[in-house]
Design a protein around this ligand. Structure first.
Ligand SMILES: Nc1ncnc2c1ncn2[C@@H]1O[C@H](COP(=O)(O)OP(=O)(O)OP(=O)(O)O)[C@@H](O)[C@H]1O
Ligand SMILES: [Mg+2]
Length: 338
């Protein structure tokens, strides 16, 4: 079993801290066609879905950067390979699937090949199967469009398959699911929604105490309290703090600074205008008009109305802000430096 402060996503229920309610809801939803797991960055979505999957026949696929069918098949065979010990009997003998030692090869061209749909149909025939698609909103064309159609087909016809989509809130719902877009293949489909929430103060404290106990380190209580306050119940930050402290960095300012610069380097990938808008909101602009005025005064630049609206909804869809508030105060601190 891995320690709590291991930076990789957890993948078994014994490694997972808490999430009892979320797991119960997920367990109860097996057999439903579609589950959507939502939450801000570092909140523990991947850990939750991977750990959830542990006792079931199923596969986890990370779709970041997947653009072509070949990419998708590669991720799928990696996913099947990594769960091979429990899946061997379930997938043995499926046309187009070859198990070689510890590797699963999917043949998707030529004789004896299998299409994705064919594969799903065969899995469905064999019994309950769970497919977790993580960061599905980051799949790129052309495969992203194809995926939506396949998911819609699975939803309607393959009753043994449960699909779990996970990712950051608005982007997943808005751009991938197309909740507001009647043209989208997944429009109007009912799904179970699981929100991964932050830890309370007490939970954060227990999280840190357990993590440090596993590492044999005992920071003073006031350091723990300070970290709990600053990192605000977001496990990814708590892990980063724990790791740094265990590695000998005991100066809280240095640890906080690390987190802020991590966030800042992510924000630097946004466009110049997007950054100006975030800066304005970080400095307290709490309405559309205030953001516009802030930028005019500070940068001497007037952002056209429609652009400003678009930028704000993009920042919301990235789960950085909502209603002119930051969802994670580390990002707010980072944005002040933009
Ligand atoms: N319930 C938990 N118990 C133990 N560790 C956790 C838990 N939730 C998250 N973590 C840890 O926090 C970090 C972030 O978790 P994870 O990668 O699962 O989050 P995420 O929401 O998928 O993040 P991202 O938005 O970056 O994909 C990892 O180091 C992970 O091990
Ligand atoms: Mg993740």
């Amino acid at each position: 079993m891995r320690n709590l402060f291991d930076p990789r996503p957890k993948s078994s229920r014994s490694e997972l801290f808490d999430r009892v309610d979320e797991l119960r809801l997920l367990d109860k939803s097996i057999g439903k066609p579609l589950i959507v797991v939502l939450g801000i960055r570092r909140i523990g979505k991947t850990s939750l879905v991977k750990s959830f999957l542990e006792p079931y026949n199923g596969v986890y696929i990370d779709l970041r950067g997947v653009a072509t069918r070949a990419d998708l098949y590669e991720r799928l065979s990696e996913g099947l390979s990594s769960y091979l010990s429990k899946l061997r009997r379930f997938i043995e003998g499926i046309r187009g699937i070859r198990i070689m030692g510890f590797d699963v090869e999917i043949k998707w061209r030529g004789a004896d090949s299998v299409s994705l749909l064919g594969l799903l149909e065969e899995l469905n025939r064999r019994g309950r199967f769970i497919i977790v698609l993580d960061e599905v909103q980051d799949a790129k064309p052309p495969i992203s469009a194809e995926l939506k159609n396949i998911l819609a087909y699975t939803y309607d016809h393959l009753s043994n398959i449960t699909v779990i989509l996970s990712g950051s809130e608005a982007r997943l719902l808005g751009s991938f699911m197309g909740v507001n877009d009647p043209e989208s293949p997944l429009y109007g489909r009912y799904f179970v929604e699981v929100n991964v929430r932050r830890f309370s103060r007490e939970e954060s404290l227990s999280f840190l105490e357990l993590g440090f106990r596993q590492e044999g380190v005992k920071p003073p209580k006031d350091v723990l309290e300070e970290a709990v306050g600053f990192f605000d119940g977001i496990p990814g930050w708590l892990v980063q703090f724990g790791r740094s402290y265990v590695d000998g960095i005991h100066n809280m300012d240095v640890i906080k600074e690390q987190a802020i610069s991590t966030a800042l380097s992510e924000l630097m990938r946004l466009s110049k205008r997007e950054r100006m808008v975030l800066k304005a909101i970080a400095e307290g602009a709490g309405t559309w008009g205030q953001v516009r005025r802030f930028i005019e005064e500070r940068n001497g630049e007037t952002i056209p109305k429609s652009s400003l609206t678009r930028i704000i909804s993009k920042l919301e869809s990235l789960s950085i802000i909502k209603d002119y508030e930051f969802l994670d105060n580390i990002y707010q601190k980072a944005a002040r430096r933009l």
